[in-house]
Write a protein that binds this ligand. Structure first.
Ligand code: VTB
Length: 343
C-alpha cells in the first residue's frame, strides 16, 4: 500500500476507516453543558452562557483541527470568546468552518425550563453561510419527503396540506413545531385551521429542527422565525440527517432591516440547504443542558455528573447517542470543565 493521504482520510474519501471529528467535539459540548447546568434555574442567563462559552473554548482548543468561527458569540468588545472570525482548535489537522451555540436556550436554562442544548456544527472551510448583521430567519424544516413539496413561498396551511399528501397521512396527523412567540400567531392559527396540531416550544428551534428532520418526537415540520445563525447550524444537522430545509432572512426591527440592506443581504431569497452550508461534509454535535425532548439534561448526583449527547456526521450518516458519566472528584484539581465552583 502506498503512502496514505491524510487529507483524504480526514475527509472520509479514503477507503480506509477514518476519523470522526464529532467524537472529539462532543467533549466541548459536554463541558459547556456541564458548566451551564450549574446555572439552571438561577435567573442569570449571562452567567450560564459565559460559563458554557469558556468551557467550550478550552475543550475546542484540545482538538486536532483549525476551525474558523463563522457563527460565534458575536463580536464582543471585551475578552473575545468564540467571536466570529476567531480560530479555534490546536491548529493541527484539517481546516473547517465552525458554528457554536454554547447554550441554545439561555433563557430556559436561567428559568429552569426544558429543551436547552449546547451545540457545535462544523463543515469544510469556506462553506458555511454567515448571516452577518441579521438576527432572524424564517425557517421551514421537514424530512426529505418535503423536498419539492413544501416551500416558504406557500402559506402555513398549504404547507401542512402538501406535506400530509407527501407523507400519505391525514392532515389531522401532522404536527408542526413552532417557537411560542406573538409573531407566530398567524402561523399557529393557520396550522390549526388546516386541521393539524401545533407543538409549541418556549425556546430552542435547533433541537426542534432535529425532530422535524427525522420526523421524531411526533414532529413533522418546523415553521417560524428563529435565530439566523442557528439556521446555519440547523442546516448542518439537516445535511447530516438527510432532511429538507429552507430559510429566508427575516429582520424584525427597522434597524435590523437597515443593517441587513447595508450588508447587501437579499431579503427575498429563499435559501436552500446548499446555500446555508455548501459542503456535504458536516458534523453536528449537541449535549443536553436541561431535560428536553431530544436529549436529557445534565444530571448530577454527588460525585457523578451524567451527560447525554448526539453526534451526527453527514459523510457516513451515523447518528450516535453518547451517554457519559463524569466523575467530578477526579477533576477537582484541574481546570475547566469540572471545576465545580458553580455547583
Ligand atoms: C428563539 C429561540 C431559538 O432564536 O427563537 C431565538 O427559541 C430568537 O427568537 O432557539 P426571540 O428573539 O424571539 O427569542 C433561537 O435562539 C435560535 O433560533
Amino acid at each position: 500500500m502506498g503512502e496514505i493521504d491524510s487529507s483524504l482520510l480526514e475527509r472520509g474519501q479514503s477507503s480506509l476507516p477514518d476519523r470522526n471529528l464529532g467524537m472529539e467535539l462532543v467533549r466541548a459540548t459536554e463541558a459547556a453543558a456541564i458548566q451551564a447546568s450549574a446555572w439552571i434555574g438561577r435567573g442569570d442567563k449571562d452567567s450560564a452562557d459565559g460559563a458554557a462559552v469558556t468551557a467550550m473554548r478550552d475543550f475546542l482548543n484540545t482538538v486536532d483541527f483549525e476551525g474558523t468561527v463563522i457563527i460565534g458569540e458575536g463580536e464582543k468588545d471585551d475578552a473575545p470568546m468564540l467571536a466570529n472570525g476567531e480560530i479555534v482548535g490546536n491548529g493541527n489537522g484539517p481546516k473547517y468552518d465552525i458554528a457554536v451555540d454554547p447554550v441554545d436556550g439561555t433563557s430556559v436554562t436561567a428559568e429552569g425550563r426544558a429543551h436547552a442544548i449546547s451545540v457545535i456544527a462544523v463543515s469544510d472551510r469556506g462553506t458555511m453561510y454567515n448571516p452577518k448583521d441579521v438576527f432572524y430567519m424564517n425557517k421551514l424544516i421537514t424530512t426529505i419527503a418535503g423536498k419539492g413539496v413544501v416551500s416558504l413561498d406557500l402559506s402555513p396551511a398549504e404547507n401542512v396540506r402538501e406535506l400530509a399528501k407527501a407523507l400519505n397521512k391525514d392532515v389531522s396527523e401532522i404536527t408542526v413545531a413552532i417557537i411560542d412567540r406573538p409573531r407566530h400567531r398567524e402561523i399557529v392559527d393557520q396550522v390549526r385551521l388546516a386541521g393539524a396540531r401545533t407543538r409549541l416550544f418556549l425556546d430552542g428551534d435547533v433541537a426542534a429542527g432535529v425532530h422535524a428532520v427525522t420526523g421524531s418526537g411526533g414532529i413533522d415540520m418546523l415553521l417560524g422565525i428563529g435565530g439566523a445563525p442557528e439556521g446555519t447550524i440547523s442546516a448542518c444537522a439537516t445535511k447530516a440527517l438527510g432532511g429538507y430545509m429552507q430559510g429566508r432572512l427575516s429582520p424584525l426591527s427597522p434597524e435590523e432591516m437597515k443593517n441587513a440592506i447595508l450588508a447587501g443581504h437579499n431579503l427575498e431569497k429563499i435559501f436552500e440547504i446548499d446555500d446555508l452550508v455548501a459542503s456535504d461534509n458536516t458534523y453536528f454535535v449537541a449535549t443536553g443542558v436541561t431535560d428536553g425532548l431530544l436529549l436529557n439534561g445534565v444530571y448530577r448526583k454527588g460525585d457523578l455528573i451524567r451527560t447525554e449527547s448526539m453526534i451526527l456526521r453527514s459523510h457516513s450518516g451515523t447518528i450516535r447517542r453518547v451517554s457519559a458519566d463524569h466523575i467530578a472528584s477526579r477533576w477537582k484539581n484541574k481546570r475547566s470543565p469540572y471545576d465545580l465552583n458553580g455547583f
